[in-house]
Write a protein that binds this ligand. Sequence first.
Ligand SMILES: Nc1ncnc2c1ncn2[C@@H]1O[C@H](COP(=O)(O)OP(=O)(O)O)[C@@H](O)[C@H]1O
Ligand SMILES: O=C(OP(=O)(O)O)[C@H](O)COP(=O)(O)O
Length: 412
Amino acid sequence: MNNYPFFTMDDFDFDNKCVYLRIDINSPINPITQEIMDDSRLNSYSETINELSDSKLVITAHQGRPGDDDFTSLKYHSRYLSKLMGREILFIDSLFGSSVDYAVSRMKKGDIIMLENTRFYSEEVSINFNNFNIIENTHIVKNLSKLFDYYIIDAFGAVHRPHTSLIGFKKSGPMIAGRLMEREISMLDKFKYSNQRPKIAILGGSKVSDAVKVSRSFFEKGIVDYILYGGVAANLFLIASGKNIGKRNIDFIKNNNKNYLELIDMARNLIEKYPEKIILPDDFILNPSQKNITLKDNVPDNELLADIGFNSIEKFKDYIKRAKNIFINGPMGMYEINEYSIGTREILDEISNSSAMKIVGGGHTISAVNRFGFRKYMDYVSTGGGALINYLSGDSIPVIDALIENKKMFGD
Ligand SMILES: Nc1ncnc2c1ncn2[C@@H]1O[C@H](COP(=O)(O)OP(=O)(O)O)[C@@H](O)[C@H]1O
Ligand SMILES: O=C(OP(=O)(O)O)[C@H](O)COP(=O)(O)O
C-alpha cells in the first residue's frame, strides 16, 4: 500500500487489463499550421505509459476550449505521442460509441488507442457537476464504463476541473493516480510546506478567473507573502483599483469571463484587504504601437497592454531578489511575439539567478521557459498552470477529492 490517501499504480497489476488513462496534453497550438508548439506535457507521460506496456491502454485527453483557435482534434497529438514513445497508437475520431467499442474489443495486450478530444462533447464540461447522478448518467460515462477494468487519472494539469472524463468514473471501478500525479504532488508539497520566507507567487497569463480565486486563498491562508501580477491578471486588478486601462483591455476580460463583475469585486476586496501584498505593474508596452506607456497616461482604446514595461520589470526584480520560495504561472505578456516578450524573459531570467526554490508551471509558461532557455535553472517545472496554483492554494481539488473517495469505496 502507498502513503497517499488515494490509489496509485503500485496498488494494482495491469497485465492484460483494459485500462482507461486520462492525461493532460493540452498544448500551445500554432493557430496557422495547427502544429503543437511545445511538447512538454506530451513528454511527461513516458513513465506512466511505459509502465502500462502490458495492458490494453485507451487514452483520453482534451485540447483547448470551444471557440478558441487551439480547440483541435487529438489526431496530431496521437501521432506526436506515438513518435515520442516509439509505440504505435491507433487514433479513433470519436470518444464513445460503436467505433470505440469495436476497436477496444479487438485490442491485444500492448496495444494503445487514443480517443477524440473529450471537449468535443458538451457533456464533458456543460453539466451540473454538483450532482453526481447527472455525471454518472452521461453518455460518456455510460458507454466508456462498460469497457474498462481500471481508470488511471494522470491529468495533473486539469485536476482543478470537475469534468466528466476526469471524475465521472469515480463509482465505476478503481480510480488510480498515475505516475505524473504522484511526482507533481510530492514536488509541490515541498513548496507548500516550506517555511522559508518570503514566499512569492507571480501570476500572469490570460486565465484571470483562476488567478483571482486562488489569490484569496493564498492571502487568507498565509501561503505566500506577495503576489506579483502580470498579463491579463494584472489588468483585472488595475481595473479593480480604479485605473482606466482602455476599452480593448477591458473587453478582453469581459469577453472571456461571464462573471466579469464578480471577478472585479473579488479583486477589489483583495486590494482593500491586502494592499501591501498585491504588487502590480505600472508601465506597459502597447500593441500594436509598441510604445512604452505609464498608467498616468491614457491607454488608447485600440491598444493592448501587451507586456509589462521597464519600471515594472525592475520593481518585480526587487521582490524576486529577496524571495526564498518562488513560483510563477502565466507569462507577463504576449510572449509569443518577440516585441512583447521582454517582460516575461527578464522575469524568468531574474528567477533563474535566484537561489530560492523555483517552481514554474502552465502550458504557455513552460513554453516560454523552454523557448528562452531557462528550464535548466528551475527546481521544478510543473505541467500544471491553473492546477498548480489551485493545488498550492490549499483549496479542495475535484479530481483529488474523487480519487480519495474512490479509494474509500474500492479499498479493502
Ligand atoms: N496583456 C495580455 N493581453 C492579452 N493576452 C495576454 C496578455 N498577457 C499574456 N497574454 C496571453 O496569455 C496566454 C498565456 O496565458 P495562460 O494560458 O493563462 O498561461 P499558462 O498556459 O502558462 O497557464 C498567452 O497566449 C499570452 O499571449
Ligand atoms: O492547460 C490547462 O490549464 P493551464 O493553461 O492553466 O495550465 C489545463 O489543460 C486545463 O485547461 P482549461 O483551463 O481550459 O480547463
